[in-house]
Design a protein around this ligand. Structure first.
Ligand code: ADP
Ligand code: MG
Length: 249
């Protein structure tokens, strides 16, 4: 799959020869420096951007546009400030429908927000608000969750709790996860497979398989070995990028 942006006659080859072969139930993290095409890739997989060349399929099914089989989570929670937690999760569906009510209650349980059903977004911490947006994305039982640096704005402590919470959800639901981050520890803590992208053009630099059992201990030697491998790839990307003309900050 390839993607080129053309703005006022100038073109940017955002993604080149991307071929991931994502399997059902897999947890993939996509990591790379800013501008390497991570968000573009996620938007294309989500069906939000259909202007690309090549074929795209997800777990054997072609991606033809946005749909309820895919849930998207942005860096900011994007909640409706005038709606309560439960109404944000239900979004356009009615809580008077007993099936929706039950599903929303299950999700509130899953993201550990019991007692906050009637709170408003302004009363929530950043981590809680992001858990509401995760619950909302799960409402229609998507096969895939696409997460674009969802914990990027959270402090390290909350972030670590959110990673545990997401792994817990993944364990229970086995939703396929495609998670974009620029944090190496986060990529190693979560993934079955880490896809490392390089910029200009956005291409897969390497793929690292992570076979460590969950929960992963960041201080363990095996964790550090994988972290080191990813870090090494990152440093090589930086060397290459700085050497390129026109590359800057
Ligand atoms: P990342 O999420 O990895 O930081 P993006 O996917 O946002 O990277 O961007 C990849 C490249 O495509 C960048 O060079 C960016 O400037 C360019 N780009 C992204 N969106 C647009 C757009 N709507 N129009 C033109 N260029 C874009
Ligand atoms: Mg981005």
């Amino acid at each position: 799959m390839n993607k080129v942006f053309t703005t006022s006659g100038h073109s940017v080859h955002a993604l080149q020869n991307i071929n991931l072969g994502i399997k059902e139930g897999e947890f993939i993290t996509v990591i790379g420096p800013s501008g390497c095409g991570k968000s573009t890739l996620l938007r294309i997989i989500a069906g939000l951007d259909t202007d690309y060349t090549g074929k795209l399929s997800l777990a054997g099914q072609p991606v033809l546009g946005p749909g309820i089989d895919k849930g998207f989570i942005f860096q900011e929670p994007r909640l409706f400030p005038w709606l309560t937690v439960e109404k944000n999760i239900a979004s356009d569906l009615s809580l008077h429908d007993p099936n929706i009510r039950r599903k929303v209650d299950e999700l509130i349980d899953l993201v550990k927000l019991k007692g906050f059903e009637n709170a408003y977004p302004r009363e929530l911490s950043g981590g809680m608000a992001q858990r509401v947006s995760i619950a909302r994305a799960l409402l229609r039982n998507p096969k895939v969750l696409l997460l674009d640096e969802p914990f990027g704005a959270l402090d390290a402590f909350t972030r670590s709790h959110m990673q545990e919470a997401l792994l817990d959800i993944w364990n229970k639901n086995r939703t396929t996860m495609i998670f974009v981050t620029h944090d190496i520890d986060e990529a190693v803590v979560l993934a079955n497979r880490i896809v490392i992208l390089k910029p200009r053009p956005g291409e897969v630099r390497s793929v690292v398989h992570v076979d460590l059992p969950f929960p992963r201990k960041k201080s363990s030697t095996s964790f550090q070995e994988i972290r080191f491998k990813v870090l090494n790839e990152f440093e090589r990307i930086e060397e290459l990028s700085w050497g390129q003309s026109g590359a800057g900050i």
